[in-house]
Design a binder for this molecule. Structure first.
Ligand code: TXA
Ligand code: MG
Length: 352
């Protein structure tokens, strides 16, 4: 299949050129086709959420296993009524504050939602993206759009249209290029009820922010080496597998302060001595630790600016992969906020 390329300008979504691109892509979605489009987190691969045949095309294109459920994207809040049978008070509060934005709510599904979307689970994931192009596309399409990240299954999420093309060119109907995405890590996924809420995937909206809004208990399901091992129940299936992974082996360096910097330098040295072609995710503050190393370097950005680190994370991993390195050495940003999401993605990516 030939993948069509369209362009829309997020600063001018109302321009004639943007509107034409958006209109064509909306038409493809309504007709049961697949379109990759930018959101404020990462690019998504969309299809008509209430059309099981259309949704099936996403799984084929991504080579995604059918046990992994999809998030449904909405352009208008009233569309929730098509998908969910009940909206707890806590969910209403979160919606009022964080939508449109990078927050996915898991809510009781209606029967009309195809099983393929929810992987047969009792809840459906829903979110309203804030990105101007995503927003315009969803409103123009007038349908709920199921969209996972637009990468091959298990690989690094795309933050640019070129990343999408690397994985999916020739496998999907269209790519809508709206430039780089804003945040660079995926939405926070939270299961909400009125007594208890659980964050299944950390993201830009933090545990603290959700706690400030919800009544009842709010907890986070931390990623750990043991989660999702055989025999354990998987309340949110896609969370427990190797994910976001570069082809190169990923070597993570934890800790903080000067010790983390010297450990980072040491890890780079050891990998080089072991004969690896080494790539570095190198924050500005770590440069002095790797003087004299021959590694390929991705300038990650300012170590004290988590937003920037999140924004450039996936692009850096993809870039080093493309450069042909066999091992990537990467420090884990300590701290709270979006650093939690960055650590989560890196730890999943490093998992064998
Ligand atoms: O920021 C994002 O959320 C991006 C953009 C495109 O919106 N989308 C995204 O989708 O990251 P995806 O498919 O890569 O990750 C969705 C994950 C699933 O793997 C699963 O763990 C969880 O969200 N999820 C979705 N629907 C669920 C459901 N009904 N029950 C439990 N978990 C669900
Ligand atoms: Mg994904």
């Amino acid at each position: 299949m030939r993948t069509l390329r369209f362009t829309a300008d997020p600063l001018h979504p109302e321009s004639e050129a943007s509107r034409q691109s958006i209109a064509r892509c909306a038409e493809i979605l309504r007709g049961g086709g697949t379109v990759a489009f930018p959101t404020e987190t990462v690019y998504g691969l969309g299809a008509h959420a209430l059309d099981a045949n259309a949704v099936a095309k996403i799984f084929v294109a991504k080579q995604r296993p059918s046990w992994d459920p999809l998030i449904v994207h909405l352009g208008e809040e009233r569309m929730l009524g098509l998908l969910v049978s009940e909206i707890p008070e806590n969910a209403r509060r979160l919606i009022a504050i964080f939508w449109p934005g990078p927050l996915t709510l898991l809510l009781p599904r209606k029967r009309e939602v195809p099983d393929l979307v929810t992987a047969g689970l009792p809840r459906v994931g829903v979110r309203m993206p804030a990105h101007p192009i995503a927003h315009a596309l969803l409103r123009e399409a007038g349908i709920p759009v199921a969209a996972p990240s637009a990468n091959s299954f298990g690989r690094i999420s795309p933050t640019r249209a070129d990343h999408v093309a690397e994985d999916l060119d020739g496998r999907i109907d269209a790519i809508l290029d709206g430039g780089e995405t804003t945040h660079g890590v995926e939405s926070t996924v939270v299961l909400v009820t009125d007594d208890e809420s659980v964050i299944y995937r950390p993201g830009v909206i933090t545990l603290e922010q959700i706690r400030a809004v919800c009544t009842g208990s709010v907890s986070a399901r931390e990623f750990s080496e043991s989660s999702g091992r055989a025999g354990q129940p998987l309340p949110s299936p896609g969370m427990d597998h190797r994910h976001y992974a570069p082809r190169a082996r990923l070597i993570l360096v934890g800790g903080n302060g000067e010790t983390q910097k010297s450990d980072f330098g040491e890890a780079a040295r050891r990998a080089e001595e072991a004969g690896e072609a080494v790539g570095l995710m190198l924050p500005d503050a770590f440069q002095s630790a790797v003087i004299g190393r021959t590694a390929r370097v991705f300038r990650w950005g300012r170590w004290d600016d988590e937003e920037e680190l999140a924004h450039r994370l996936f692009a850096g991993l993809r870039w080093l992969d493309a450069a042909g390195v066999t091992a990537i050495v990467c420090p884990l940003p300590p701290g709270r906020g979006v650093a939690v999401a960055i650590r989560d993605r890196l730890m999943r990516a490093a998992r064998q």
